[in-house]
Ligand binder design. Structure first.
Ligand code: MG
Ligand code: MG
Length: 277
């Protein structure tokens, strides 16, 4: 394993294959939760669903015990943006918008991914926000794939493309102070990946990098506060928020989205590497 400027861990193709295995476990856990989301279900129920999928696959939930975090998922409902702690008392009701964030470590390598889903009949404007966040995430991933293929990519090309799609999508707040990150033998590594900013800055996008890309946007202000539980981040103005995430690995000729079952092919086409290791 090589390292470059900023202490970015570069993975070998063999290590990326391990990250892929972890990514598929995370995907399975998220799909199981997506199926389980319904009015009357608590976020603790969803946590149990995810933990079972992860452990049955022989993996370990990355979140559990991370700086003392007590659960296998973050479940962030409505005005909660990220890092919501699941609880039996937090019962989903029709119309809620919930972000489910999940990580797993398998054979020493991590995957990290999140989805935002409506509970029952949900305001179309909220679902649109979740869709814009998703489009922005894929635009960021596509920028990284182009950048590694042409050899000219810089980290903030990802940030710039995320912001561009969010701004085009509507009047959303791009949450301040949180973003994506490097990922590999630890869940959180260098570099930090902003969800906004000018292109062409930061470290070069290089084959062997693995990054979690995770836009967080709101129906209102980008400002947030952390609740006294020491984890839950909520919007300051009470507006609802969406958060989506995928983990991707970069190869010489493109990207491999390790937490997407098709590697990202449906959204990225030829930007997905032709030579998956
Ligand atoms: Mg995550
Ligand atoms: Mg993450």
């Amino acid at each position: 394993m090589r390292r470059q400027e900023l202490d970015i861990q570069l993975k070998t193709p063999e290590q990326i294959v391990k990250m892929r295995a972890a990514g598929l476990v995370v995907f399975a856990a998220l799909e199981a939760m997506r199926d389980a989301v319904a009015p009357g279900v608590s976020t603790a129920d969803l946590d149990a669903v995810a933990e079972k999928v992860i452990r049955d696959a022989g993996a370990v939930p990355s979140f559990k015990g991370y700086h003392g975090f007590p659960a296998s998922i973050c479940a962030s409902v409505n005005e909660q943006v990220v890092h919501g702690i699941p609880g039996a008392e937090q019962v989903l009701v029709e119309g809620d918008l919930v972000s489910l964030d999940c990580g797993a470590v398998l054979d020493g390598w991590h995957g990290d991914s999140a989805i935002t889903v409506g509970v029952g009949a949900t305001d179309p404007a909220l679902l649109k926000m979740a869709e814009v966040a998703e489009d922005a995430m894929w635009a960021g991933i596509a920028a990284a794939a182009r950048g590694v293929a042409n050899g000219r990519g810089r980290l903030t090309d990802i940030s710039f493309n995320i912001e561009k799609v969010v701004r085009k999508g509507g009047r959303y707040g791009i949450v301040d102070g949180y973003g994506g990150h490097g990922i590999g033998t630890e869940m959180h590594q260098e570099p930090h990946v902003l969800n906004h900013g000018k292109p062409g800055r930061g470290p070069r996008i290089t084959a062997g990098m693995a990054l979690a890309i995770e836009p967080m946007i709101t129906m209102g202000s980008p400002r947030t506060v952390e609740l006294s539980d020491g984890w839950t981040v909520v919007t300051r103005d009470g507006s609802r928020a969406a958060h989506v995430e995928h983990t991707m690995a970069l190869l010489d000729d493109g990207v491999w989205v390790t937490t997407a079952p098709d590697g990202g092919r449906a959204r990225l086409g030829d930007l997905v590497t032709a030579r998956q290791p």
